[in-house]
Write a protein that binds this ligand. Structure first.
Ligand code: PRX
Length: 631
């Protein structure tokens, strides 16, 4: 039973049932899928360990549910539409049959190269159909994929490969992104200098640029595919076997490899895809995210395909060849459901309205947003100019860790309010907590957002570091999953996410850990200490502000700034570049040596009227100096 929400009352009833009897509810949803063996128990959990197991004893393969089971009715239906970066290049459409054949064939390529169940495969590729095929091929044989967004630097890539001891890397010669090409293979080459676990890499030809192929290690994708058969039995997986690892930034230390498992993830992404978007047979669905992020995993690949949808992948960027590109693509493919990030909306809103008006957007039925809070102005612009006031907007709040939508309107059914993610999805039990760990019951409250009951697609651990998983998510509030977000619950019980309350900054929808950026800047030989905070930015939502102390007064501040920016771009990736770097003589610290980020955040936000209590600072005078030099 995948869909029974028809109107607002049935949403309320469904929600209530899901809370009153979660096992019965999710057991019934799971019946709609293909299992090799049914589960013995729907749920076992203990948030103190934490341990969460859904559908234990159940056996399945997610690709059977995304592909094989659709073939009798929809072999010839388009599964994936691929729109290239260059609008003049040919579109690729793969039917369910074609996608099935290609996935099986590439699964055999993996097997031929020694990959078996449980091996980790790193995928560092542009947004081409082969990327989707690669994920599914891994899942077909039970290999664990770890996709790294193709904008990360070689050292970020190496860290992720090493953290998961990947055996194989899938990449391409290069990638197109707007007017630029990215030399992906060269970045992989650099990363692999330092990755002893990697035995081979398989390289797709995309840009045709020259690359160095290392004998005995690097293989061409097309050569391998030519040798492989298109028949491949699906590996039978336990519901709780690992499906993939995906890294996300944390408030401290290195990125966390979030582990998702097969059964619960499949059920929840499919259920939420169908219900939140109210997806109807035959509709064209377009999520503009990159598969390098969780949004692409759950809502370009797994959820839509398991639901038998037509899912579009886009290789390019919203501004190329011009600011009308998204709308041109909507018209070209008669897109019905369009799902993007607030940062893209804010950028496009600034362009001349003629970029929107020259295209026919009448095919659109539902709009969605994800990744960060959407401001009121952007919400209305999206509603008025893209939805023409007739398309419900679903503001979907969720995380890499949650695997699927947590709080979101049901399209056309939940009455929306601008900037509100509205109400929880069935099965999700949010709790608003105060700083003392008490739940703020009822409506009209504001605090930290926790979830107090498991849901099927939650991450099960951090790869190789369960203790960090427990500490990060299950120690701040007893017996609850802590999201790291703040929220407001209004008089109607509607949730509005107010942003991170930890040291994660969301820049253009991408999570960045302040500690990670600080560590990189501190590596510069002239830098003594750094404190990084976020500050509001017109288009990006938030941007990075770095306060830097140096051993000596810099000879040329501008040069040093550029060097720091280059260092961050090279070590983490261009998305982490500081927007502002202020050189300061000292940082505000407490007597115990802790940096008072609250004060630095306020200065960066240009809100210095009320800095709160600064009397506990070691040297209160430093604050005045920083305010005077603020950028
Ligand atoms: O702060 C929240 C914000 O993005 C964080 C999760 O980032 P990530 O793991 O990269 O996943 C992004 C895609 C699901 C959250 O902790 N966030 C995500 N969606 C929203 C949001 N903030 C407000 N409103 C949203 N709709």
């Amino acid at each position: 039973m995948l869909t029974n929400i028809k109107d607002f009352q049935s949403y309320l009833d469904t929600y209530q049932e899901s809370i009153d009897n979660p096992e019965k509810f999710w057991g019934a949803v799971a019946e709609a899928f293909t299992w090799n063996k049914k589960w013995d128990s729907v749920l076992e959990w203990d948030f103190t360990k934490p341990e969460v197991k859904w559908f234990q004893g159940g056996k399945l393969n997610i690709t059977v549910n995304c592909l094989d089971r659709h073939l009798p009715e929809r072999a010839n239906q388009t599964a994936i539409i691929w729109e290239p970066n260059d609008p003049n290049e040919a579109v690729v459409k793969l039917t369910y049959q074609e996608l099935f054949d290609k996935v099986c064939q590439f699964a055999n390529v993996l097997k031929n190269n020694g990959i078996t169940k449980g091996d980790r495969v790193c995928i560092y590729m542009p947004m081409v159909p082969e990327l989707c095929i690669a994920l599914l091929a891994c899942a077909r044989i039970g290999a664990v994929h770890s996709v790294v967004f193709a904008g990360f630097s070689s050292s970020s890539l190496a860290d992720r490969i090493n953290d998961a001891s990947c055996k194989l890397v899938l990449t391409s010669d290069g990638g197109f992104r707007g007017g630029k090409t990215l030399a992906l293979k060269a970045i992989v080459d650099e990363a692999l200098l330092d990755c002893p676990s990697v035995e081979k890499s398989i390289v797709l030809k995309r840009t045709g640029e020259a690359v160095t192929m290392q004998p005995n290690r690097d293989l061409w994708w097309h050569d391998e595919v030519a040798k492989a058969d298109t028949h491949c039995e699906a590996e039978i997986m336990d519901a709780e076997d690992m499906l993939f690892i995906l890294y996300t930034s944390g408030s401290t230390g290195k990125p966390k490899g979030m582990v998702h498992t097969c059964g619960g993830y499949m059920i929840y992404t499919t259920y939420t895809f169908k219900n939140a978007f109210q997806y109807k047979e035959g509709e064209i669905y377009w999520c503009t995210a990159d598969i390098g992020w969780i949004t692409g995993h759950s809502y370009i690949v797994y959820g839509p395909l398991a639901a038998g949808a037509t899912s579009m992948m886009f290789e390019g960027v919203p501004s190329y060849p011009d600011m009308g590109r998204f709308w041109q693509v909507v018209e070209k493919h008669a897109v019905n459901i369009f799902y993007t990030a607030p940062t893209a909306i804010r950028a496009l809103e600034k362009a001349d309205i003629s970029y929107v008006e020259k295209y026919d957007l009448s095919s659109l039925r539902v709009l969605g947003t994800v990744g960060e809070p959407i401001n009121e102005e952007a919400w209305h612009w999206y509603d008025d100019h893209i939805g023409k006031g007739k398309c419900p907007i679903i503001d979907t709040w969720w995380q890499t860790e949650t695997g699927g939508f947590m709080i979101s309107p049901i399209a056309g059914i939940t009455p929306t309010k601008p900037t509100y993610a509205t109400l929880p999805m069935p099965g999700i039990q949010p709790a608003v907590m105060n700083e003392n760990g008490q739940e703020l019951a009822g409506n009209g409250v504001e605090g930290r957002l926790c979830i107090k009951f498991p849901w099927p697609s939650m991450a099960r651990t951090i790869y190789g570091n369960h203790e960090r998983f427990r500490n990060t998510y299950f120690s701040a509030f007893e017996n609850k999953y802590f999201t790291g977000d703040g929220c407001k619950k209004d008089e109607d019980g509607y949730y509005r996410i107010t942003g991170r309350v930890d040291d994660v900054i969301i820049v253009s929808g991408h999570n960045l850990g302040t500690a990670e950026i600080e560590n990189v800047i501190d590596e510069h030989k002239e830098v003594c200490e750094t404190a990084v905070v976020g500050f509001p930015h017109d288009v990006k939502g938030h941007a990075v502000y770095a306060y830097v102390t140096c051993y000596h007064t810099p000879d040329n501040e501008e040069d040093l700034r550029q060097e720091i920016i280059t260092l961050v771009a090279k070590t983490i990736g261009p998305i982490a570049k500081p927007e502002k770097i202020q050189f300061v003589s000292g940082l505000p610290k407490t007597r115990s040596g802790k940096i008072m980020r609250r004060i630095l955040r306020k200065i960066a936000e240009k809100d210095t009227s009320n800095l709160g209590d600064t009397s506990t600072l070691l040297d209160p005078g430093v604050v005045e100096t920083i305010i005077e030099g603020a950028l």
